[in-house]
Design a protein around this ligand. Structure first.
Ligand SMILES: Cc1cc2nc3c(=O)[nH]c(=O)nc-3n(C[C@H](O)[C@H](O)[C@H](O)COP(=O)(O)O)c2cc1C
Length: 168
């Protein structure tokens, strides 16, 4: 199998956050997508070892923001290369609470979708969380950051817990 063929698949970048009452967590994912229109349902794939996974399961809700082209590597590193267990990812950025109780950071984001968790599917290394949207908002008039631009312009790397990781 030629795994480089998978580089042809298109993605955006998203920050998925949740709060279970005891802990706030969030992480970057490239694997988020709208799966139905009526009602609007969003799917995110989150690695089982990510702290965010347990927090989403306990909270029963999550917020997804669409990362925009103003995002820089410190912002992506904040959410994508650190652990919510040992570090407060919300300390450096303005943080708001969505209508489902999940936090989100409006900086470097152009849209918000906040969801109630309706289905969880175990796909091995990752959990698929499917949520029904209760709040959908435009946060800015900026363009979304594509995964391709993250690689070509920001020269960003793919960490091991990303669904698209292929080793070094
Ligand atoms: C560009 C990029 C894409 C990523 N994609 C995913 C993904 O699709 N799913 C996932 O579980 N983690 C993904 N990650 C990794 C998580 O963001 C990372 O493991 C994070 O530090 C987990 O934080 P947490 O332990 O506080 O939840 C990605 C990270 C980056 C930088």
């Amino acid at each position: 199998m030629d795994l480089t063929a998978l580089f042809k698949m298109s993605y955006g970048l998203y920050v998925v956050c949740a709060d279970d009452g005891a802990q706030r967590a969030g992480c970057i994912v490239n694997t988020a997508t709208q799966v139905t229109a009526d009602p609007v349902q969003i799917m995110v794939a989150v690695h089982k070892d990510n702290v965010t996974t347990g927090v989403i399961e306990r909270a029963g809700a999550f917020a997804v923001t669409v990362v925009d082209r103003t995002a820089d590597m410190p912002y992506i590193g904040n959410f994508g290369f650190r652990s919510s267990d040992t570090y407060d990812k919300f300390g450096k950025y303005e943080t708001r609470v969505s209508e489902v109780g999940a936090p989100y950071c409006p900086e470097h984001a152009c849209a918000l979708v906040a969801c109630r968790l309706v289905e969880t599917v175990d796909v091995g290394t990752h959990m698929l969380f499917i949520g029904e949207a209760e709040q959908i908002e435009r946060l800015a008039d900026t363009e979304p950051l594509t995964y391709a631009a993250y690689h070509s312009e920001l020269k960003g790397k793919t960490p091991p817990k990303a669904s698209s990781y292929q080793g070094q």
